[in-house]
Write a protein of this length. Structure first.
Length: 426
């Protein structure tokens, strides 16, 4: 989909509200794969493989395998190709969450122009762990020239991770956020470790451009102990047409840089933080494990605004030219509102013995919004899928599904298909 993460395919000519119904719309067939697929499947139409043209769905698994399947014809159930990104003697990195393996967790990205798919794997051989960045050919599954490369990252820092004044990316981290390819640069986020990371790489050469650590000098605390993780509910960094990149971060300390906990950041390919938005109650969010990065960010098409949300259930509508920084009562945001009514003001005692207060809703964001015809569509945990209409830079709740998403299911990321501005289906 588009780099703004709009969740909209506006070129759908076959599916309509008339033929998407209980009697004519449903599963056609299923393919067997070798492990869990936490990554979103990807799709390319009219791709030449093995001398024929196919509509192809690509699936990546936690066993560090990638499959190319014909999306229309099951045949004998065999893939068009399958490749393992493990080298001899390696196994996927053992998993805690997800488990039992974390071989390939994030959603890859495809460059249709070059025919390359970019992926990040985590593996071990004996007691040696590594992350690798791969570029494979989407017609064969084979590694491109110069691929793969081992991922290394380090920054100066003084938190408890630091060794001789340096913090190093380690395999306690999880590469969960989807990859982004924008203006020839790849963006890779890491979370689930003491500090979050964002890396940028040149897509042509697979050389590292820059490294951003989200909390180099202050430790995280609480149940999970992270600081500024970039996980975005499995969504990924978003980019505008100028190549500015937007990412959200999880629990952690905030001080207007270099500590960037519970924030939405605007960065360039060199990973300079050029602007940001941080909720005024970030300290409460950190204390109560209410990550802003629990959900993804979506750039509202043609509106110069983004929408994000986190575990507290609050939606943030932020102006891209001026994101507002951190201000009392979130005055820098275009608007904040809760997905569901019934939010309450609560308190929490930090690891420094400070009592902090903030607002907490009755549901949480773990996904990314979708867009169609002036409206957002959001699915929270728990709750319905709900429409929010955007008029004059202001969101107003609209229709909602009768069915609701169950608690502790991590919600949903809606998707919209349409034929231009007609036949919209969520």
């Amino acid at each position: 989909m588009d780099n703004g993460r709009s969740g909209l395919n506006s070129n759908e000519t076959q599916l309509t509200p008339a033929n998407v119904n209980a009697s004519s719309f449903g599963k056609l067939f299923s393919y067997q794969v070798d492990g869990y697929a936490y990554a979103q499947p990807l799709y390319i139409s009219n791709l030449r493989i093995n001398g024929g043209s196919h509509n192809v769905v690509f699936v990546a698994t936690e066993m560090a395998s990638v499959y190319a399947f014909d999306a229309d014809n099951f045949g004998n159930g065999s893939p068009l190709w399958k490749t393992s990104l493990l080298q001899p003697g390696e196994v996927p990195q053992p998993g805690g969450n997800p488990k039992p393996a974390q071989g390939l967790t994030s959603t890859p990205v495809i460059d249709p122009g070059s025919g390359a798919m970019y992926l990040v794997t985590a593996q071990q051989a004996g007691g040696s762990f590594s992350f690798r960045l791969h570029a494979i050919d989407i017609t064969t599954g084979q590694e491109r020239a110069g691929s793969p490369v081992t991922i290394h990252a380090s920054v100066p820092g003084t938190n408890s991770e630091a060794v001789n004044g340096t913090i190093t990316l380690n395999n306690g981290c999880l590469q969960r956020a989807a990859l982004l390819l924008s203006h020839g640069t790849l963006y890779i986020g890491f979370s689930a470790c003491p500090t979050g990371w964002l890396l940028s790489y040149d897509a042509a050469s697979l050389t590292q451009i820059a490294v951003l650590n989200m909390s180099p000098n202050v430790d995280g605390y609480g149940q999970f102990g992270g600081a500024g993780g970039v996980w975005m509910g499995g969504g990924g960094p978003a980019a505008d047409d100028q190549g500015n990149v937007y990412v959200s971060t999880g629990n952690g300390f905030y001080d207007d840089g270099p500590e960037w906990g519970d924030s939405i950041l605007k960065v360039d390919s060199q990973l300079h933080v050029n602007d940001h938005f941080t909720p005024h109650d970030w300290s409460f969010l950190q204390c109560r494990d209410l990550d802003v990065s629990a959900g993804g960010v979506m750039l509202v098409p043609s509106q110069s605004q983004l929408v994000a949300g986190g575990k507290a259930g609050k939606m943030y509508l932020v102006n891209l030219p001026n994101m507002g920084g951190m201000q009392a009562n979130d005055a820098g945001a275009a608007q904040t509102l809760f997905f569901s009514p019934g939010s309450t003001t609560q308190s929490c005692v930090t690891n420094r013995g400070e009592t902090v207060t903030g607002d907490m809703g009755t549901s949480s964001f773990y996904g990314t919004a979708a867009w169609f015809n002036g409206s957002l569509f959001v699915g929270n945990d728990p709750g319905p899928v709900k429409q929010f209409m955007l008029n004059s830079g202001h969101l107003t709740p609209g229709a909602a599904t009768a069915e609701t998403i169950s608690p502790f299911s991590y919600g949903t990321t809606p998707f919209v298909s349409s034929n231009g501005t007609s036949d919209g289906i969520v």
